[in-house]
Design a protein. Sequence first.
Length: 295
Amino acid sequence: VKDIQRALLLGDVNVKLVFDLSENIKERALKEKLDKSLNQREHLIKIVYEELVKFLGEEKSELIIEEKKPFKIMFVGVFGSGKTTTLSKVAKYYSKRGYKVACLGLDVHRPAATDQLEQLCKAINIQAFIDKKEKNPLKIYKEYENIYQKYDILLIDTAGRASLDKELIQELKELNKEIKPDENLLVISADIGQAAQDLAKSFHEACGVTGIIVTKLDGTAKGGGALSGAVATEAKIKFIGLGEKVDDLELFNPKGFVSRLLGMGDLEALLEKAKEIIPREKAKDVQGKFLKGEF
């Protein structure tokens, strides 16, 4: 358990969360019977894996795009988390799947934010709605309101800050109230560290986070902060960003993420081993059915 705690803390998982997890793991390890096919170490790793995956959602959790025009997805996050770049990746992801996508730039605070969005959208042939002169994000949203229904998906870029200030929270609340997004995606950088839980909580209170995207997982950061964020918002991680290129976006796979977080490359193989074990009686039963021709 100490080794696991060390691995999780080095991976930037929130301290309280690490201790809660440790207690669950200890309890299960002492109560549950050891699977005959696994040794004690393997049995413990399996329990750790299951407990971590419980937080992250058992399976891949893709966004369900509803049949309405447009399906609005708002991107929120702190300054420097890679929000605008991630938005263009998601735009490419859905346009490749046959959706008509448009992007809306509501980051009126960061210099050149609209230029960046314009250039990224131009490179992937996606419509970008921007207004470089207007400083009120709500007015920009209303400016193009009568055109949005031409698109299947509208991706909305909002302002980030170096830290969460009251002004940003208020702006987000107003935007959320007016736009009524179908999804609010929190973009978290993999190297955010222990601050993730409080940040995620604040964003969740402001606009109700429905999903998380973890960026910069191509570096050395293991992204434990994202686990803390997922717990704080009770939202599933939807995508992970693995580089600067527009195609460097993947659907989130909890198994691979937990394996990376713990630094255990053999986790998948171990889980397969545990899954493949059929009790002898069951095997005999299957053999008997085959011989009788019962399929």
